[in-house]
Design a protein around this ligand. Sequence first.
Ligand code: FES
Length: 85
Amino acid sequence: MDKPKIAATEPKAVELEEGKKYAFCTCGLSDTQPFCNGAHKGTDFVPHVFTAEETKTAYLCQCKQTNNTPFCDGSHSQIGKPKIG
Ligand code: FES
């Protein structure tokens, strides 16, 4: 497995708590998206651990194509479209 699985083609809204650590799933195999549940074991993927900077609703990436991990950057809208350039 060299590319992450696309868990969903839309972000997941989650309530983050300031100062709390989260393990974001980067492989796409977790059943508890967008967070890691250990399903990456046996792959080269590891979770992206981050600390929430503020308490807020955040939209976390589930397509695993974002360039702003763990947050959605809209990349899911390009899935399946031909790359230009
Ligand atoms: S289950 Fe995907 S990174 Fe852990």
